[in-house]
Design a protein around this ligand. Structure first.
Ligand SMILES: NC(=O)c1ccc[n+]([C@@H]2O[C@H](COP(=O)([O-])OP(=O)(O)OC[C@H]3O[C@@H](n4cnc5c(N)ncnc54)[C@H](O)[C@@H]3O)[C@@H](O)[C@H]2O)c1
Length: 318
């Protein structure tokens, strides 16, 4: 599973003067997505610096990577030696200005906040080598907007990994308005070398994954709000009728209702189309801090188990 440490991606055939050889990767943010992204690159032989402003987040992130590698050993997917070399390939730091200059590729997976991302990319543009590619794992923020604060918009791209990163095969590769063909090709090839399946999409609100998923969730919330059916019925129809592994309301709880609302608002603002207007019930639940699994309650009650076995008392039908 593990390949040589000096594995690289190099697209000589494209004959682009700034073509970069990707060996050293910096991942910004060690949270849910960042630690999975660092894990995936390191397991495939890339040297990774994992940077986060929080020492605690780095410690937690490294623990999660270790636990996940342990699980992979138990499943017979990797060996003890693979685990050791993956961990050896990762170093951590709390200041990305110390490592950004060494990177051929920087993958930003910091908190989903537009002001924060614009500030980070402005800084990264000054710190990174001129030929380095800057990628964002954002779920909803415009890649074109992020690229616009840099002096290298042609080398800025979206790499939208799915959660949990080491397991999920898809990478949505998002081309900003100015992203160069060479940048896109390098990232598509790199994604395949990570054992993933990349899919190229243009930069419009929600990209493809969330543009289709989040309105489906919103429609499920509307169906509940209008009393067409209950939580159990809505999720069961989609699980047993459409073979979805999880019903849309359970999935919304898993993603976080605040995240679903924020993505809907990005699409509503971006397209100026009322079909993306968030359901008032979803807005109310977020205001009441019923955010799903992470807050202990959403459409389901997670006080005893995280398996969505108990419907929240708010939605019990008599
Ligand atoms: N969670 C998901 O299912 C999911 C799926 C796809 C994409 N995303 C996207 O991935 C990104 C990260 O999401 P997450 O769920 O991992 O968030 P998270 O809250 O778990 O982690 C974010 C991390 O970023 C760190 N951070 C904040 N500011 C920073 C900075 N200036 N420099 C370095 N680190 C910084 C925080 O300390 C935190 O550890 C977001 O853009 C999100 O939209 C999330």
């Amino acid at each position: 599973m593990i390949t040589a440490l000096n594995k690289f991606v190099y697209l000589e055939s494209l004959n682009h003067k700034d073509t970069v050889m990707i060996q050293k990767v910096v991942v910004l943010g060690a949270g849910t997505m960042g630690n999975g992204i660092a894990h995936t690159f390191a397991q495939n032989g890339f040297g990774v610096s994992l940077a986060d402003i929080s020492e605690k987040a780095l410690e937690k992130g490294m623990k999660i990577i270790e636990t996940n590698l342990g699980r992979m050993i138990q499943k017979g997917l990797i060996s003890e030696e693979d685990k050791r070399s993956t961990l050896t390939n990762i170093t951590t730091c709390t200041a990305y200005n110390e490592v950004a200059g060494e990177a051929d590729l920087i993958v930003e997976a910091a908190t989903e906040n537009i002001e924060l991302k614009l500030k980070i990319f402005k800084e990264l543009d000054e710190l990174a080598k001129p030929e380095a590619i800057l990628a964002s794992n954002t779920s909803s923020i415009s890649i074109t907007k992020i690229a616009s604060v840099t002096n290298r918009p042609e080398k800025v791209i979206g790499m939208h990994f799915m959660n949990p990163v080491p397991v999920m095969k898809l990478i949505e590769v998002i081309r900003g308005y100015a992203t160069h063909d060479t940048t896109t090709q390098i990232i598509l090839e790199l994604s395949e070398r990570l054992g993933k399946v990349p899919v190229e999409v243009d930069d419009y609100p929600g990209f493809i994954a969330n543009r289709i998923l989040i309105p489906m969730i919103n429609e499920a919330v509307y169906s509940l709000y209008e009393g067409v059916a209950g939580v159990y019925e809505i999720d069961t129809v989609m699980k047993l009728g459409m073979a979805h592994p999880m019903g849309p309301l359970q999935l919304a709880d898993f993603i976080g209702l605040d995240v679903c609302l924020s993505i809907l608002n990005v699409m509503y603002d971006g397209f100026k189309n009322p079909k993306y207007a968030p359901c008032p019930l979803l807005v109310n639940m977020v205001t009441a801090k019923k955010l799903g699994v992470k807050s202990g309650e959403g459409f389901y009650d997670y006080s005893e188990s995280k398996k969505a076995e108990k419907i929240s008392k708010q939605f019990l039908r008599v």
